[in-house]
Design a protein around this ligand. Sequence first.
Ligand code: FES
Length: 141
Amino acid sequence: MIRDTHQTFSPERRKALRHGILFLCGASFAGALVAMLREVRTRQEPETVHLPPDLAEGLSIEGPVIVFREASGQLLAFSSRCTHLGCRLDRIQGGEAVCPCHGSRFHPDGSVAQGPASRPLLPVKLEPDGSSGGWIARVQS
Ligand code: FES
């Protein structure tokens, strides 16, 4: 036996059901929108990293920053986010920064030494830190 839903539900009941469904869809959408806006807000606030004045020569990882100190003392700094899928580079091996996720490697100048990453690391500007004699890096996390 096939039931006719138009006769089973009264117009008021159908209207209430429709409003309930619309409310649930709206609440889900609003929740997703709030979560997305929080994510965007946290991504836009750069992280401040204080680099010490006595950084070792060569490559080092200072949290979200990869720093290369040349023998002359000049510094190059890059975000430690891998340009493949965004993992954080976590170690230096053979004079290259290495991604733990898929094995990309980067030269001290930020260029790709080995894929799958195909783009160089993002450069980070350094400012002198007058209070410590080191440097301040502001990097997107
Ligand atoms: S995220 Fe770094 S190699 Fe894939």
